[in-house]
Structures are given as structure tokens and as C-alpha cells.
Design a protein around this ligand. Structure first.
Ligand SMILES: O=C(O)c1ccc[n+]([C@@H]2O[C@H](COP(=O)([O-])O)[C@@H](O)[C@H]2O)c1
Ligand SMILES: Cc1cc2nc[nH]c2cc1C
Length: 361
């Protein structure tokens, strides 16, 4: 078995008994039933993830930012030069990015992983090299990656997740950096949800109307160029899922899919960031359907395909602030909400213990 197959084989469904216990416990706490809304669902799911009630607090948390470049950048789909990917990696390693500020705010560690940046990067603190290739090929003209590259990136992501859990982290947060990666994300979302290019392709880092129309066309070309039905034949099984991920994904998408699978294999919650993580999670779910139980949607990005991906996965985003930065910023902002949901299960008194009268039927 390859490393990624071993990770997939280790994934179990979230635990129904722990979730039933958590639901019952919620109803005994000194608050009107259901009054914590979606946070009650989060707490119940945390119990299912860890297979224990009350669930462990999701701390310490770890952000992993997967960085890579994209051949489709040559099609003029992003207003930014490709070099910005490597430059931002350097910025992450010296603590200068928004993700660093948000990670400090919530007490998360930051690990940066080069899975496919187009240039060699000098060693830096917090930077891990799992470079699979110097960027992908142009997904609008044929497969972006080979099957072997895709497997290597998946394994790298899973290895990072499992290493962070072995080091004591109890909540993983996805991050990404890759100029042009919203184009690959849109193509993945088309392929995995059956939605059309126009409805899921957004403006990424900020493009004008003409570039947006061109980007939609590039995404539209990607599916037939790779033998994927433009009408949206949703990948049938793991083999086809891997083929689609290789065809129109990016190295960071594959690594994030592996990271999500790794978190699930370790029974640790993984908070998804924006549209890149959402599209990667579609691939992960097609490879191992039980993985969605371990995913918390940190936020909903302004990129339109993100809502489509989350709807397909059945995940409700916790934060909706029109963010469209990536790096893990939306996932980091959601982490205290996830921690608060878990803390309620440990610290809030029951009606019995506090001597508070219960709700009448
Ligand atoms: O997370 C998101 O939803 C998101 C939305 C728009 C842009 N981004 C970030 O912006 C970069 C990709 O944008 P673009 O326009 O170059 O495709 C990449 O580094 C992403 O992290 C991220
Ligand atoms: C400056 C900059 C920072 C980013 N962080 C994530 N994607 C990004 C894209 C750009 C362009």
C-alpha cells in the first residue's frame, strides 16, 4: 500500500454513540435547548470526531500553509506575477503575513510547506520542503499533474497532518498560497459538483470584467481538454477522483486533500479555509467519503465556487466576512468558535447541578 492508501484505509466514520451522548448532554446544560445554534452541532461533531463525550478541546491548533505554482498562470488568469508565491512564502516564514497575525491572535503554530513552488526556496524557520515539481502544467490544455505527482502531494499533506498530531496538536487548519490557484479551484468545483464554469469562477485576487470573462473561458476549456464531461459527470469513485484531481487541480490542492485525509485518519478536526480548501475537500471526500465528518468549514469566501463546494459537502461555514485572502485566514478566525463550542461541553453546569429549573416539555 502507498502512504496515501494507508491513510485512507485508517479513516473511520465519526462516532454515532459519542454524538448521541453529546446531543443529550447539550440538552442538560443550563441554557434553553438549541440556543447555541450551529455551535451545538459543532460540539456534537467534535464528540463524533474524537469518539468521546465531552470532546477534547481543539487546542493547540496548527496552521499548515501549502504553497505551489500553476501552469495555467500563463493564460493570464491572475493579475499577480507568479513570483509572488515564493515571495509570500518568505513573508510567512518571517511572520509578516495576515495569516501570521491571525495565528498569533488564536495561538496557532504556522508551518509552511513547499509542495510545488516554481523556484528553489532557501531554507527558513517553519518551512518544510516536499517539493513535488516546479509548478504544474497548464490545466486548460491537458493534465496539470501526473498521477504520481498527485499521489506524492497527497502523501506530503497527509504526512504533515499526521506529524502535527504526533507533535501534540489537536486542531488542524488548512492554508494555501499559490498565484492562479483560484482557477484550478474553480475547475475542480466544476468537475466534482457538476456546476458550470460561469457560476463558480470568481475574481480571485481581483480581476477586471474582461479578465473574468477570459478566466471563465479557461475554466470551461479545462474539462474537455482533460476528457471530463463539461455537463459535469461527477467522479464516480476513488480512481476517477484521483484522475480529476491530477487533471485540473494544483499541487497544493492535492496536498490539502491529503492533509484533510490525514486529520481524519488521526481523528482530529480540520478547519477548512476558503475556496482552495473547499475544492480540495471535494477531492478528499471523493477519495474517502467519511472524511467530511472531520471537516469544519471555517468560513465562506467571497469566491462564488466556495459556496457551491460547501453545499456539495453539506458543510455550513462558521464565519462569513467576505474574506478572499486564503493563507488559512478564515480558518484561523473560526478556531476560537470551535474551541468555545467544545469548552461549553466541559464547563457549563447542568440544570441538576446548578439547581436551575428545566424547560417545561
Ligand atoms: O481562500 C480563498 O477563498 C481565496 C480567494 C481568492 C484568492 N485567494 C488567494 O489568492 C491567490 C490566488 O488568487 P488568483 O487570483 O491568483 O487565482 C492564492 O494565493 C489564494 O490563497 C484565496
Ligand atoms: C499579496 C498576496 C498575498 C496573498 N496571500 C494569499 N494569496 C495572496 C496573493 C497575493 C497577491
Amino acid at each position: 500500500m502507498t502512504p496515501i492508501d494507508e491513510t485512507i484505509a485508517a479513516i473511520r466514520p465519526i462516532d454515532a454513540q459519542a454524538m448521541a451522548e453529546a446531543r443529550a448532554h447539550q440538552d442538560r446544560l443550563t441554557k434553553p435547548r438549541g440556543s447555541l445554534g450551529v455551535l451545538e452541532d459543532v460540539a456534537v461533531r467534535l464528540a463524533g470526531i474524537a469518539a468521546v463525550c465531552p470532546p477534547p478541546l481543539p487546542t493547540p491548533a496548527a496552521l499548515a500553509i501549502f504553497a505551489a505554482d500553476h501552469g495555467v498562470h500563463a493564460r493570464g488568469v491572475s493579475p499577480w506575477p507568479q513570483e509572488v508565491t515564493a515571495q509570500m512564502v518568505a513573508n510567512f516564514t518571517v511572520g509578516g503575513a495576515v495569516a501570521n497575525a491571525f495565528a498569533a491572535q488564536v495561538g496557532a503554530t504556522v508551518t509552511v510547506v513547499d509542495v510545488g513552488v516554481a523556484v528553489d526556496l532557501p531554507p527558513a524557520p517553519g518551512l518544510i520542503s516536499h517539493k513535488v515539481a516546479y509548478g504544474t502544467a497548464d490545466l486548460s490544455r491537458g493534465p496539470a499533474m501526473t498521477a504520481e505527482q498527485t499521489r506524492q502531494a497527497l502523501a506530503a499533506g497527509a504526512g504533515v497532518a499526521r506529524g502535527l498530531v504526533a507533535a501534540g496538536h489537536r486542531c488542524l487548519i488548512t492554508g494555501d498560497m499559490g498565484i492562479a490557484n483560484t482557477t484550478a479551484s474553480a475547475a475542480l468545483i466544476c468537475a466534482f459538483t457538476g456546476r458550470d464554469a460561469e457560476s463558480v469562477t470568481g475574481r480571485g485576487t481581483g480581476i477586471d470584467d474582461a479578465t473574468h470573462r477570459h478566466k471563465i473561458e479557461v475554466v470551461r476549456q479545462a474539462l474537455p481538454a482533460n476528457g471530463i464531461s463539461p455537463a459535469g459527470a461527477v467522479p464516480a469513485g476513488p480512481e476517477e477522483a484521483l484522475r480529476v484531481l491530477a487533471a485540473v487541480g494544483g499541487l497544493e490542492h492535492a496536498a490539502i486533500a491529503g492533509f484533510v485525509l490525514g486529520a481524519a485518519a488521526e481523528r482530529v478536526p480540520v478547519i477548512l479555509d476558503g475556496v482552495i480548501a473547499g475544492s480540495a475537500a471535494l477531492a478528499a471526500a471523493a477519495l474517502a467519503p467519511d472524511v467530511t465528518g472531520y471537516c469544519v468549514a471555517g468560513h465562506r469566501s467571497a469566491e462564488p465556487g466556495h459556496a457551491a463546494a460547501l453545499a456539495h459537502l453539506g458543510l455550513r461555514p462558521l464565519v462569513d466576512l467576505e474574506l478572499r485572502l486564503g493563507e488559512g485566514t478564515g480558518g484561523l478566525l473560526a478556531q476560537p468558535l470551535v474551541a468555545a463550542a467544545a469548552r461549553v461541553m466541559h464547563e457549563v453546569a447542568t440544570f441538576d447541578a446548578a439547581g436551575v429549573a428545566e424547560q417545561k416539555a
